[in-house]
Write a protein that binds this ligand. Structure first.
Ligand code: CA
Length: 238
């Protein structure tokens, strides 16, 4: 078991070019993911309808239906995270437009290892979203946070916080599991698209800024606990 995320997750790889497909499937399987593949859009849709996937890697240039239309179809019945494989800058523009509800994209040529890391990060993030919504609902009576993942909004004592994207993800992760201590590396992995170990101190900077924002609402409370030499957690008892 190389990766706790990978060991429970099934990924569908949709790519018609056998050499690319094989290297992606191999990289994901070595990370512990269960992998299915499809070489055409209609096969991908069939598979996605008949079994549950935690993530779909979707090539844009497929022989039958293009990846954008496959994604559009998928979105009618599923919120599964999608990472697009794109070959051209013009495709990137459309993916980034997010009209399609893509979660991430990778441009060709890419390293299969980099793609695996993105797959893992996206699955973790989507699991975190589900967990934090549940946690927020469960503790609504006692803890002062309300997380709205869809609107990227966190309220604290019913005041909406003005958070950057990274601050939002950091705070949402801490809120989702009160008392759980996260290392800087784990927080980096959760909140950043391209985690970089040499940047772990930026986690500190962002936590500092989140704390300052929380203080503007309640100067007498310190919800985020520092664990020296390890990282941070959200306080459990209010
Ligand atoms: Ca292709």
């Amino acid at each position: 078991m190389k990766s706790p995320t990978g060991s429970n997750s099934r990924v569908l790889v949709v790519e018609d070019e056998p050499s690319i497909r094989d290297s992606v499937v191999y990289a994901l399987e070595s990370e512990g993911f269960a992998v299915d593949w499809a070489g055409a859009g209609h096969v991908a849709l069939e598979k996605a309808r008949s079994r549950e996937y935690q993530l779909i890697v979707l090539d844009v240039g497929l022989p039958d239906i293009n990846g954008f239309d496959v994604c559009r179809e998928l979105r009618m019945c599923s919120q599964v995270p999608v990472i697009f494989l794109t070959a051209r800058a013009s495709e990137v523009d459309r993916v980034v437009g997010l009209e399609l509800g893509a979660d991430d994209y990778v441009t060709k040529p890419f390293s299969p290892r980099e793609l695996s890391a993105r797959v893992r990060a996206n699955i973790r993030r989507s699991q975190m979203s589900v967990a934090s919504v549940g946690a927020a609902a469960a503790v609504a009576g006692s803890a002062p946070f309300a997380v709205d993942e869809e609107r990227w909004v966190i309220a604290y004592f019913e005041k909406t916080l003005e958070l950057s994207r990274y601050e939002f993800r950091l705070l949402a992760a801490l809120i989702a599991k009160p008392g759980r201590v996260y290392t800087r590396a784990q927080l980096m992995d959760i909140a950043w698209e391209e985690p970089d170990a040499s940047m772990e101190r930026t986690v500190d900077t962002h936590i500092k800024s989140v704390r300052a924002k929380l203080k503007t609402v309640r100067s007498d409370l310190e919800p985020i606990v520092t664990h020296r030499g390890i990282g941070y957690s959200m306080r459990e008892i209010w």
